[in-house]
Design a binder for this molecule. Structure first.
Ligand SMILES: C[S@@+](CC[C@H](N)C(=O)[O-])C[C@H]1O[C@@H](n2cnc3c(N)ncnc32)[C@H](O)[C@@H]1O
Length: 227
């Protein structure tokens, strides 16, 4: 990882919000977004921020939207958070957490306007596939987190995994595909790519697939495994 100016955990603290682990016998804390951000602006969540390029550009371009970045690897979360902190971005918070658990336990129904899942780890080996972040259960948890009209935006450089993600979303009445909005998923910047992994995929000459889904008013279902 390229060395950048590194801020201490204390300096980064104002940009970090990690909900407390559930206590036995008590319901898990639901995130109060207005309290976390200090305003009632709409909230968008990115799952697996990596080094944080998408969120950085989105937060700079849309200061009236709050962005919450979830990254399971601490060093990446700290690296990305440093980028937001040195620019003093008021509309970003991050968590080092498993996004699947965080959504299941801590995100209140209908409380986030959009969820971005860009270039999730493909876990190529068949026996490792269960480690993939985008599962039928996770797609359902995301749908519960979105209000009617909210958006799920996905992108991948792995055609097979993208096929699995789209098969799951298409099978769910809670999602309606919005092909006319495809360019909103991991929107390209002046540099020609939205995320670090898109840059890598393009440098290697590979393809990139994107899709956008609108949350419908239908009940959330967990669909069968499309594999
Ligand atoms: C292939 S990278 C893509 C990073 C970034 N979205 C990009 O496009 O450059 C996938 C990222 O998702 C993170 N990740 C994997 N599983 C996760 C999970 N369950 N919750 C949160 N982050 C996760 C990984 O640590 C990694 O940083």
């Amino acid at each position: 990882m390229r060395k950048e100016q590194r801020l201490s955990r204390e300096q980064l603290a104002p940009w970090v919000y990690e909900p407390p682990a559930p206590r036995e016998g008590e319901p898990p804390v639901r995130i109060d977004w207005a309290a976390v951000f200090g305003n009632a602006n709409p909230v968008e969540v990115e799952v697996g921020t990596g080094k944080g390029l998408f969120l950085l550009n989105a937060a700079l371009a849309r200061p009236d939207t709050n962005f919450y970045g979830i990254e399971i690897v601490r060093k990446y979360q700290l690296y990305a958070t440093t980028r937001y902190a040195i620019r003093e971005l008021a509309n970003v918070r991050t968590a080092c957490a498993d996004a699947k658990a965080l959504f299941r336990l801590h995100v209140a129904p209908g409380s986030v306007q959009a969820v971005h899942v860009y270039f999730p780890d493909p876990w190529w080996k068949k026996r490792h596939r269960k480690r993939r972040v985008f599962t039928q259960e996770f797609a359902a948890d995301i749908a519960r987190a979105l209000p009617t009209g909210g958006r799920l935006l996905i992108a991948s450089d792995v055609e097979e995994y993208f096929g699995v993600m789209t098969a799951i979303a298409r099978a769910m009445p809670a999602y309606s595909e919005r092909p006319e909005e495809t360019d909103r998923a991991a929107p390209r910047t002046d540099a020609g790519f939205a995320t670090n992994f898109e840059r890598k995929a393009r440098a290697a000459g590979g393809g990139v697939w994107r899709a956008v889904y609108e949350r419908t008013s239908a009940d959330v279902t967990v669909v069968p495994d499309p594999a």
